[in-house]
Design a protein around this ligand. Sequence first.
Ligand SMILES: Cc1ncc(COP(=O)(O)O)c(C=O)c1O
Length: 384
Amino acid sequence: MSEKKLKFNSKTIHGGQSPDKAYGAVMPPIYQTSTYAQTTPGGHKGFEYSRSGNPTRAALESSFASIESGDYGLAFASGLAAMDAVIKLLNPGDEVISTNDLYGGSYRIFKQIFEKYGIVFHFVDMQNVDAIKAKINDKTSLVWVETPTNPMMNIIDIKAVSKLAKANDILLAVDNTFATPYLQRPLEMGADIVMHSATKYLGGHSDVVLGALVVKDKDLADKLYFIQNASGAVCGPMDSFLTLRGIKTLHVRMQRHCENGKAVAEYLKQHPKIENVYWPGFEEHLNHDIAKEQMHDFGGMISFIPKGASYDDAIKIVEKLRVFTLAESLGGVESLAGHPASMTHASIPKEEREKSGVVDSLIRLSVGIEDASDLINDLESAIG
Ligand SMILES: Cc1ncc(COP(=O)(O)O)c(C=O)c1O
């Protein structure tokens, strides 16, 4: 059967994979080498130097391409290194329209690294696609979408944004970290580039930092491969191996993340001491219908605000949690809680942050795959 015809759950295991040529190893060996013997200059077996290519990384890159329904996958040292490569496609004077609610580090690389090279960034609320239209001009080269957004769980209509981007000859990149290809596959909806912090759900075990890009277009892939090699922010073979191993259980983990996410979101929603819960699975969520259409389920990421919206109450809750660990990051098997204003989103100025709802009392949960009742009991004791 052609690999492209495999369904998603089979792709996570077999997509782009074949037994190792040396001994038939079912999992690709960790080729812990920087270089490869040549019989004559250029006489090698496909690999010359591990910044340019490494067999373990190549196996991971094929898996990325397969699970995201793309043709070319690229693995990087981190999610931000993957973003760095995308922005390096642009030239001084080019403009980028980005979601206004996004990971703090993404905002930081845009504003504090690339703005000084003459790239202009606009941050808009993309829940209404017309807001993007209003910012387009002849310098607009890239639209950067995160959906669901981090940490407000806003949903952006990928098909509608893609239509707009195509009509204006603008590249569309989607950070698919929160949803993963189990829930949504942006390339199938017309996006040009999918990006991941594979550190999160793809790796899935909080033991690796790694980034991914997937594209369909050969010219775009060649430009990105050139940047990957020329700038050199590649991941090592051990990290490639760990991420590949994580991907093989992505579908079963995600199914449980979604089930537990729903249980926790519904528990929080009915709690008298909770003011607001942000989760796209609620019917009253602004773009719930779009989430239903473009996502296969609603995921395990939830944000909430305690009644009275006090910073002190939020801090007390995260300090009291015992099964949830207070930590940066998300998407691992274990449940994590975070305080975006002082942790993941601290690099966004308070004034900017609050415009998109990231107030000082907001708590973000990455709901893991433990027993849902243990998670709810933990929240119950912490909220009081
Ligand atoms: C949505 C999103 N995008 C990008 C990143 C950056 O990825 P990394 O930490 O792997 O560099 C993160 C990290 O938290 C994230 O949550």
